[in-house]
Design a protein around this ligand. Structure first.
Ligand SMILES: Cc1cc2nc3c(=O)[nH]c(=O)nc-3n(C[C@H](O)[C@H](O)[C@H](O)COP(=O)(O)OP(=O)(O)OC[C@H]3O[C@@H](n4cnc5c(N)ncnc54)[C@H](O)[C@@H]3O)c2cc1C
Length: 155
């Protein structure tokens, strides 16, 4: 890489409540189906689309189906995000090493099991992310820094 420059941005997620608009099932990111840790949403978009189509065809209840089939993954993602935030640089180093040296697919799959620990941690993680994000580094007044666009802020 020549003249490498760091860059960054920010993402946001929200948890789906019903994923229904009136009588219409809503799918994908618009419904809130997105991994809270990494922002992954393609698989959730496809799975929720298939679920919605099946429910429309069969008359099954979409809310019950997505809550049982997608809900645990979304909840594990919320806990993972919380743990990622708590882990800081040390946690990042441990996670990177695990992903680099082992079977990354297996590591990631296991990271999304809603284990007893994750179930217990979920209320704390949810409480943490209910708050609006505060950005101590930037007042957003006359500032063109789109939250870490240039990657130099610690937040
Ligand atoms: C930079 C970046 C990298 C990402 N990397 C990954 C990744 O590696 N893996 C992963 O799983 N996810 C990734 N994601 C997230 C992933 O792209 C999204 O979660 C996923 O595409 C959501 O799919 P969707 O179908 O819900 O919405 P979208 O893909 O956003 O599709 C919605 C579509 O609807 C169209 N639309 C909106 N309003 C209207 C309207 N009124 N009329 C007609 N059309 C409309 C939009 O133009 C868009 O084409 C990434 C996202 C970004 C931004």
């Amino acid at each position: 890489m020549r003249n490498a420059r760091s860059f960054g941005g920010y993402g946001a997620y929200r948890s789906p409540r019903s994923a229904m608009q009136g009588v219409h099932p809503v799918i994908g990111e618009h419904a809130g189906f997105q991994d809270a840790l990494a922002g992954f949403g393609i698989r959730h978009a496809i799975r929720s689309g298939v679920l919605a189509a099946e429910c429309l065809l069969t008359g099954n209840d979409y809310v019950t189906r997505w809550k049982s089939e997608l809900g645990p993954l979304l909840e594990a993602g919320i806990v993972n995000r919380w743990m990622f935030g708590l882990g800081g640089k040390v946690g990042m180093r441990i996670a990177s090493r695990k992903l680099a040296t082992g079977d990354a697919g297996g590591v990631l799959r296991r990271a999304y099991y809603l284990t007893t620990f994750r179930r217990l941690a979920l209320p704390f993680a949810r409480r943490r992310y209910r708050k609006a994000l505060e950005d101590p580094s930037c007042s957003h007044i006359n500032c063109d820094c789109v939250w870490c666009r240039h990657g130099d802020h610690g937040a």
